[in-house]
Design a protein around this ligand. Sequence first.
Ligand SMILES: [Zn+2]
Length: 277
Amino acid sequence: MINSVLLLALVLFVLIYWRWSMIQHHIWKRKYIAQGLSRNDKAVLLKYMSIYRHMTDKDRASLERHIVWFLGEKRILGRDGLKVNRAMELVVAADACLLVLNKPWPLYPNVKEVLLYPSSYYVPQTSKDGAGLVNYHTSVRQGESWPGGTLVLSWHDVLEGNRLPGDGHNLVFHEFAHQLDQQTGQTNGTPALISREQYTHWAKVFQRAYSNLKSHVAYQMPHVIHSYGATNEAEFFAVVTETFIEKPAELKSYDPELFTLLCQYYQFNPSDWAKSF
Ligand SMILES: [Zn+2]
């Protein structure tokens, strides 16, 4: 009798473990689907997020669902005395969720919290010189994305990214693109893809585009993608994500193959929203 109960418990445990993401999705759906954004919440997004204003009703509804979920599952905490209010939470969540607009929950499974500083912040650092002496210094940052699931953002730069939607810079897009990259356990500019063919195609298009940017930067030639993307493959993915969303027409015209690759990965076409920037 006891053996049967134990066996049944074991089978149940395996079933729940195996289907956990589906069960969790169902629980979240029940919990969050009925909770929409309030009229005030939508007014905040209309005021601060230009892309939101230009989205189709379907995309906007999907983004709103994700925002409610994101704010229910992730923490946004103020640093250096910053009091985080609802408007700040909404803007950060909206930018973050835009990248995963057409992806199913759980979005950003590794992300636990966002630390929000009022503006750029100082990070103490150490480095060793050639003689082995340790130097202590500080570097100024606007944002960071840690593989452990913490993001750090300067609120001033979050606002600037939204105020100028067509300049190719958005701090939240940049740092959350790093999170998508880091989801695979590596930070190498290749996010999780579905098939071996997709990885092969990604490597081909991505490396060609990355080399192209590096050679432009080496010869100080202008490029649609910001020169910071030439730092390494991980930064290239984060910067090209910003370019893809904020300068879709320029990127498509310059490198249609890269643009199509990003449309396929992100499962949306930002040209649909950027016409009125
Ligand atoms: Zn970066």
